[in-house]
Every structure is written in structure tokens, then in C-alpha cells.
Design a protein around this ligand. Structure first.
Ligand code: PEP
Ligand code: MN
Length: 360
């Protein structure tokens, strides 16, 4: 991956004046459905028409896709609309068939990226192809696993590569279906600035109402494109119904999203500062999230203290925390003065919370 300069050639060659857009239904359901959506996306900013034909469902019993039959429908999409086509491949048989039917872009799903065995099998079957291959992040927030998959494909001689950020699963209840963990995508961008990165707001949010805001964040963070699940009748989609948008709302969204021009030299400074500020915004949000979580734990400690009639201020414990944090802060280039101020403020807030609990 050292000489990975040509990784974004396929994207640069497209000469787009907007972010790359991959849109289409979660699943190909019927020939009629596929063609109807494709025709509604024709002559828009959409570059690739997506449709899953082999659907990995978390639990058996859901719609598992139409299978190879859908490949013929994708060919028809290209013939009738001129849209390039994209589908997910999850094993060597899928790869063989997708290449045979000349699908333009293949992506590897989150459930496959977790398995180096599967990735190697797919890489071996793809050897030498000039098709575009995009790798979704693994289900779990593990950057090494994601990079490992990219490397396996790169080593198999696949040079038209990119990644898709679709969020990560978490046991915690959040407003997302898969939490974005933006800092992971940012780290990947920093390690491989030439690797195109596409955002998938549909699987991150799980809700169509939130798709727009996640698209905007991705564009602010300099993502190269968007993959958005789009269906002519989202409510009645056979899979992922709550998150799909209509072609009309996709088109409107593309108009409303603010895209910063990437290659206008006068804009370079603004672009760079905009990206850095978006990264700071992401981290600030995480800081607050972590502080909120810390305060909840502190509340639970307050309740325990009350039940056992123990005093709120525990000086030795507090001194131990401070000493440790000053050392940890130093390792990260943070001054003792700052760490002291910060932790005193956090500690004071904890005490205020616990006082309220003890004296309720
Ligand atoms: C999909 O794109 O329809 C899909 C199954 O996505 P993921 O692999 O991100 O769950
Ligand atoms: Mn889906």
C-alpha cells in the first residue's frame, strides 16, 4: 500500500463536479421495481445504480435476495438508462457471476469485512480485475480489520479501490442504527489520503429523516462520495424500509447539500480549515458524550454512597486520579496546569451531582 498514489485514479478519471453518488434500492426485488427506480435516477447526479441481490440478513427468515437472476436486471438498467451498476459480493461464486455479467462496481459488505478468510477468497477470485471494488467497514469498530481487507485486495492486484463508511454496531442504544465513530474514518483518511472514501448514511442512520444531516457531515469531512439507499416506495421495501429515501427526495437532497469545491486553489485554505473544524466538532461531541457517561457512573456511585452512608468526598481516591491524569496528560502534550483545571472542574461537577443524590 506504500505506492498507493494511483488508488483514486478511477475517481479522478470520472472528472465529476460533485461527490460520487451511488444510489438505488437496498435489495433488487423485481425486475419492474429495479427498472422503475433506475429510470427515476436517470439524468440526475447519480453515477452508479446499486441493488443488493445477495442479501446477508442478520437473522435467517428475512428476504435473502433474488440471487443471480438480479444480474440480468442490472444489465437492463445499464442498457436502458446508461447508469453504471453496483452490487454486493460476499463469496467467490458471487464474484464469478458479477464479473460474468459485467457489473461495473462491486462492494464488499460489513459482515464480510470482519472475516479475513472471506476477504481472501473474494480477493483471489477478483485477481487482475479492473472493476471498482469498495470495501465497507467491518461491523465492529476495528480499523486494522478494515485496512487488512484493503491490503488483501491491493495485494491481489486490484487497484481501483475505495472504502465505504457505513457505521459500526454497538450494544448501546443510540439515535443511529450503526454509530458513525467519525474519528475512525478520519484516521483512515489520514493514513491513506489517496484511498477514496464514500459515506453510507442509510446504514449509519437507519432512518430516512436523518440521512441528510449525516451526508452533510460526511461532505464537511471531505468524503469523496455517498451511497444512499433509494426506493420508489420505501415504506413497502422488502428490506431496510425505514431508511430508504425516494428518488425525488434524493434529488432534492443533492441540490440542498453544501459541497465545498475541492480543486479551486483559492478555496484551498477554506477547504482545509473547514475540514479541520469539522474534525474538531466531531471530537467535541465525543468529549461531551464521554463526560455525560462519566457523570451517569458518578451518579451511580453517589447512590451507593448514600445507601452505605459514606461521605461524598473521598480525598485519597481523588488524589490518585489527579496524579494519574497528570502523567497521562503529559504523554499527550497537555500541560499539568490544564489537566488540573480540567479535572477539578469535572470533579466539582461530580460532587455537585452526588450532593444532590445524597441530600435529595
Ligand atoms: C447494503 O448495502 O445493503 C448492506 C447490506 O450493507 P452493510 O454491509 O453495510 O450492512
Ligand atoms: Mn440495506
Amino acid at each position: 500500500m506504500e505506492n498507493s498514489k494511483n488508488l483514486r485514479k478511477w475517481l479522478d478519471d470520472m472528472n465529476l463536479d460533485h461527490p460520487l453518488v451511488i444510489a438505488g434500492p437496498c435489495s433488487a426485488e423485481t425486475e419492474e421495481q429495479v427498472l422503475k427506480i433506475a429510470h427515476e435516477l436517470k439524468d440526475t447526479d447519480v453515477n452508479y445504480f446499486r441493488a443488493g441481490i445477495w442479501k446477508p440478513r442478520t437473522r435467517p427468515g428475512g428476504f435473502e435476495g433474488v440471487g443471480a437472476l438480479g444480474l440480468k436486471w442490472l444489465q437492463k438498467v445499464r442498457e436502458e438508462t446508461g447508469l453504471k451498476t453496483a452490487t454486493e459480493v460476499a463469496n467467490k461464486d458471487h464474484v464469478k457471476l458479477a464479473l460474468e455479467y459485467d457489473v461495473d462496481l462491486l462492494w464488499i459488505g460489513a459482515r464480510s469485512t470482519v472475516s479475513p478468510f472471506i476477504i481472501q477468497e473474494i480477493a483471489d477470485e477478483l485477481k487482475g480485475t479492473d472493476k471498482i471494488v469498495l470495501i465497507k467497514n467491518p461491523v465492529n469498530p476495528d480499523l486494522a480489520l478494515w485496512l487488512g481487507a484493503v491490503e488483501r485486495l491491493y495485494n491481489a492486484g486490484i487497484k481501483n479501490l475505495g472504502v465505504i463508511h457505513r457505521g459500526f454496531s454497538t450494544y448501546e442504544k443510540t439515535k443511529y442504527r450503526n454509530i458513525p465513530e467519525w474519528q475512525l474514518a478520519i484516521e483512515l483518511q489520514q493514513r491513506f489520503p489517496d484511498l477514496p472514501i464514500i459515506n453510507d448514511p442509510s446504514h449509519i442512520t437507519g432512518k430516512r429523516d436523518m440521512v441528510h444531516e449525516v451526508c452533510q457531515t460526511a461532505l464537511d469531512l471531505n468524503f469523496d462520495g455517498l451511497m444512499i439507499e433509494t426506493h420508489h416506495d420505501p415504506e413497502n421495501a422488502w428490506s431496510d424500509a425505514p431508511q430508504q429515501v425516494t428518488p425525488a427526495s434524493l434529488i432534492k437532497m443533492m441540490k440542498d447539500l453544501k459541497v465545498r469545491k475541492q480543486n479551486d486553489p483559492e478555496q484551498a485554505f477554506n477547504n482545509e480549515i473547514g475540514t479541520l473544524r469539522s474534525q474538531i466538532d466531531v471530537i467535541d461531541e465525543q468529549l461531551l458524550e464521554s463526560l455525560g457517561k462519566r457523570m451517569k457512573i458518578s451518579d451511580a456511585i453517589g447512590q451507593l454512597k448514600e445507601a452505605h452512608n459514606v461521605s461524598v468526598l473521598q480525598s485519597s481516591r481523588w488524589n490518585e486520579i489527579l496524579g494519574r491524569m497528570i502523567l497521562e496528560g503529559e504523554k499527550r502534550g497537555l500541560s499539568e496546569e490544564f489537566v488540573l483545571k480540567l479535572f477539578k472542574a469535572i470533579h466539582q461537577e461530580s460532587i455537585n451531582h452526588q450532593e444532590k443524590i445524597v441530600n435529595h
